[in-house]
Design a protein around this ligand. Structure first.
Ligand code: BDP
Length: 330
């Protein structure tokens, strides 16, 4: 009896072993995705939809999780981690990519785009391809350009109606020297700082304000501590869904196709959600008592940026062609 039981167990293990060798199950991939935003945000929904589509269409060969709210690190840290393939996919503003990929920096020039619509056309065309090539050279594959609308200034200490209102003010910017020059050109002082630190820094008057699009101004509650929102729209910075080149290179051609397609679909979804959220965010902040001032004449702000362009082009003469490509794209 004891022998029979032993034999049966041994037989079963032998079969299991043989099966394991005969038909190795493709090792399921388990991706980590980085996102800086809260869970209920157009970027976050776009990324979740991307991951869900990839999992579904690969029949579960690729699974993954999106880590929201920057729990895997700040944006500059995450850029390095995706480049190394420690993080598999992520969604970034191109702002903090500027110091890493020169082609990506062109979109951080103030007023480079004429409108958000023109930005979309450009990013879906040749200028976008130039940026994607620059990103690929730095270790990431662009899967689609998400919308982030236009950024405007918000302050705790009264509105900005003209460039000289910036004098003596301390403004938080994203990590990129171009933004430091942009604030300096108006007579203010810029402080590059991680997104997660902005609320507290405004609250404790470490800075007088910051700048961002309506959904970020609203979802971070920055409007509570900086209730003057001045619609300058000085930066229209597209965002990008990327996959680490290291992760990409480990995929079969079929899987790469699925990933590309899911990237495109999530981009379309994100842009739709963005348009709605932008309006809803403006309603929310107005209802909370934010004083919104429309800057109808943006010319003084644009003129103030001339030295920013001059300095940038003097330091990056090889980017002149790409700058013109963006400026002339209709
Ligand atoms: C938001 C972007 C996010 C940036 C953030 C910032 O979506 O990627 O990290 O601005 O200002 O609009 O840091």
């Amino acid at each position: 009896m004891a022998f029979q039981k032993y034999a049966a167990t041994a037989f079963a293990s032998a079969i299991a072993l043989a099966a394991a060798f005969a038909a190795p199950v493709a090792e399921a991939k388990d991706w980590r995705g980085w996102n800086i935003h809260v869970e209920d945000y157009p970027v976050s929904h776009g990324m979740e939809a991307f991951m869900a589509e990839v999992t579904e269409k690969t029949g579960g060969e690729i699974k993954g999780k999106v880590f929201h709210q920057g729990v895997l690190g700040s944006q500059p840290d995450a850029i390095e981690q995706v480049r190394l393939g420690i993080i598999d996919f992520a969604e970034f503003s191109l702002g903090p990519w500027g110091p890493v990929a020169p082609e990506a920096n062109v979109v951080s020039l103030p007023f480079i785009f004429k409108s958000v619509e023109q930005m979309h056309r450009a990013m879906d065309g040749a200028p976008g391809e130039a940026v994607s090539a620059g990103l690929e050279a730095k270790g990431v594959i662009a899967l689609g350009y998400y919308d982030a609308g236009a950024r405007s200034f918000y302050t705790s200490t009264g509105p900005i109606t003209q460039p000289s209102d910036m004098e003596g003010r301390k403004i938080r910017v994203m990590n990129n020297d171009l933004f430091v020059d942009m604030i300096a050109a108006m007579g203010g002082n810029a402080t590059p700082m991680a997104f997660a630190e902005v609320y507290q820094s405004i609250k404790t008057s470490v800075v007088d304000g910051a700048e961002n699009n309506p959904p970020s101004y609203e979802s971070t509650n920055h409007f509570e501590v900086a209730p003057y929102y001045s619609i300058s729209e000085h930066l229209i910075i597209p965002e990008v869904l990327v996959i680490a080149k290291k992760t990409w290179d480990g995929l079969t051609p079929e899987q790469q196709e699925i990933v590309k397609e899911a990237g495109k679909n999530s981009t379309m979804l994100q842009r739709e959600l963005w348009a709605k959220r932008e309006m809803a965010s403006m309603e929310t902040v107005k209802a909370a008592g934010v004083e919104v001032n429309m800057i109808e004449d943006k010319a003084p702000f644009q003129e103030a940026m001339v030295p920013v362009y001059e300095k940038y082009l003097a330091a990056n003469p090889d980017m002149k062609g790409i700058v013109e490509l963006f400026q002339n794209f209709d």
